[in-house]
Write a protein that binds this ligand. Sequence first.
Ligand SMILES: [Zn+2]
Length: 380
Amino acid sequence: MQYPLKNHSFAPQARSSFLLILCGILLSFCISCSDSDPSDSNSSSSVPSSSSTSSTTTTTTAPTTTAPSSPSSSTPSVPAPTPTPEPPSLPPACQEISNTVRFVAVGDTGKGNQGQIDVAAGIEKVCREQGCDFVVLLGDNIYESGVSSVDDPQWLTKFEDPYRNINVPFYAVLGNHDYGGNGAGNEFNKGPIEVAYTQKSTKWKMPASYYRYTTSAVDLFALDTNVMLFDHDIDAQKTVLASWIAQPMATWKIALGHHPYWSNGPHGNAGQYDGVALRGYQVQRFIEQNVCGQVDLYLSGHDHSQQWFTNNCQGTEFAVSGAGASPTTVNTNNPTLFQSATLGFLYIEATSVNCGKTNSLQATFFDSAGQVSFSRTLTK
Ligand SMILES: [Zn+2]
């Protein structure tokens, strides 16, 4: 019973307090209305800006620059979560691939003499120091008249023994001496014997009298130029070479043949071999019609020297590497970047790369002591 009386006795004071609070709220509201009058030029609270006066506003409303408002919401409810910006998209990284092939190219080797043994020692040294995947023999593999069978003892004295310390495959092309006749090249049954020896030797590789050998960086097209001199197999080689070139399987394309296009040695240029007009014109015509502009490099032997020619034929460069056993002289009939009448060999390192990087082919003439005589680098 005392509680109502007690409460009642306090009622007038509570009403007064309530009225005072209500007046205060109304007064505050009126002040606020006055402050937000847009006609008041001193007011900035309603103008979003980067000034300190806007900071209050921006903390109570959703950020407009990064958080899009929800079109379905009419009330400023919980601000939408700020999405994490996506990182700028980058092009997919190129998976770099690099293939390098290293090989020796040398011709006119098969004499079984001290010169062949000396050059073999130089090849062995460079291959041991720099690496070799294989050797190319550029013809006249067995002097003076080729072999009579796969069991001919010359295989040992003029190939297996001189190169016994070079344990890589030897890919060979046929020269005029391989076809007999003391270099006349007219014993046509002798070429196939060298092809057949591929089945007997672990090192000798001649899958056919003309063939393709493709590596990861170099496509090699081995030709039989000796039979061209007798008008044999010209169209067949033209057709198959065109098909190989039409479907390249490596960055670098190199044609191999025993007979040179240009040469400053005693045999001379194709079409003028041995100073006889039209001799070798079949080789000259074949190269001009089927090799020029189609391959990066044409390698040959026949003359026993080292030559790299200044000129090219529609971009195809020419080199002679025939100093594999017995050197012969050189003249100045054709301009050369380098020529030498001493024993030696050519060493090639070809690299094939992707991702827009530059492919390189470095060709280096070494002497029989394994010393560098000349180096040339092709790029593309
Ligand atoms: Zn020859």
